[in-house]
Design a protein around this ligand. Sequence first.
Ligand SMILES: Cc1cc2nc3c(=O)[nH]c(=O)nc-3n(C[C@H](O)[C@H](O)[C@H](O)COP(=O)(O)OP(=O)(O)OC[C@H]3O[C@@H](n4cnc5c(N)ncnc54)[C@H](O)[C@@H]3O)c2cc1C
Length: 390
Amino acid sequence: MMVPYVYVALGTVMLQVADVRSHDVVISSPADAFLEQVSTVVQAHSGHLLDVAVIGGGAAGLSAGFAAADWKLRVAVFMGRCPGGQIMGSWFVDNLPGISPKPGWQLIKDYKCDAVRKGAALVYDTITDITVSSLGHLPFFVIHTEDGETWAAFTLILATGGTPKTLHVLGEERYLQVADHEKQIFTCSNCDARIAEGKQHVYVVGGGDAAVDAVKDVLTYAARCTLLVRKNAMRASPSVQARIAHDSRVTILYETEIVEMCGDGSRIYSIRLKTPNGLIERPVDVLYLAIGRTPGTDCPWMRALGICNVAGYIIVDLAQHTTRTGVYAAGDATTLAETYHQLDYAAACGKRAGIEAYVYMREQGLLCTSVQGVLSPYYHVRTSYEAEVE
Ligand SMILES: Cc1cc2nc3c(=O)[nH]c(=O)nc-3n(C[C@H](O)[C@H](O)[C@H](O)COP(=O)(O)OP(=O)(O)OC[C@H]3O[C@@H](n4cnc5c(N)ncnc54)[C@H](O)[C@@H]3O)c2cc1C
């Protein structure tokens, strides 16, 4: 069997801490029977037992890890294939109150340091399966990772985020990948509308509520904006459409879609449009795609949990509870983010999920150290971190 390791991020420094599993379990709490069963199951698997497993290493997940660890719970944040999440793709974030403007990667570095400072372990691995066991009246989660590890947790916080949809037309992929300061295609209008300031040829693509909002965002800065709608009518609700219907700065082109982005490889000069009158080419300065997002929930284990709506968003209430006991969710993967997909909102929801996980542990009588033997890897992680910062 592979030796499991826990990775702890300290700014740019990565520590690799060997697992120090121990099997000397002492059972002595009011929740004895449950814990005893859990201990047996955990040891049969691997010995990694968490109070809280946070799935997702973006703003929501790192904040959830921060909050739960602040309550002295044993927390691991699984970072997935995109550690730091979507904001890593933002060259400059200047719309967070109380936080000085900085690039996305720098912001995430701060989030990671703070989560680790509170005692959360950051695990650079991706969850591939979660099974729910029920021991007594409480659920208990067995988590499998891409690297072949098995973990167990009393609670789950799902923060798998989402991805903005793109058009998949000729040239798009190349221009999405240009250096941040040269970018002309944006997927978050309320993050990047100011790029349109002083620009002549500004386009928004989409026909739903989000596209109308994007046009409003863009017109805060741009003098004019053209909305490209694929169908012969907009999907946005009439009241939302009314927000731009009489604005002389807006041109709406129906039954029009981009078929190619043309340029010199680093800069887009024009877009080729398919219209009812044939192909036309228009000059372009900035493009905003407002064609929806894909929540990061499209995997068998997430579907098996049965907690998503038809659009794939995890259904949560205002306290981040999902429809399953012991499972919380936060950030762009949740129904709350269908309306708001902003970093500080995701972070605030993550923090609330972390606190709610603590409240659940307390109310269920699970806040005890009677399974310290099984939890010892986490004491070890904390000790290493403390030693490092001293
Ligand atoms: C280009 C761009 C610019 C933006 N600019 C701004 C801005 O200026 N201001 C602002 O407020 N907002 C901005 N946003 C929005 C903001 O980035 C998001 O609202 C925020 O990142 C959502 O955080 P999240 O944690 O919910 O999800 P995400 O950031 O999407 O993070 C999801 C995390 O889940 C992990 N994950 C997924 N599946 C698994 C799995 N199976 N196992 C383990 N981990 C998994 C991923 O690796 C990732 O770490 C921007 C978004 C984009 C795309």
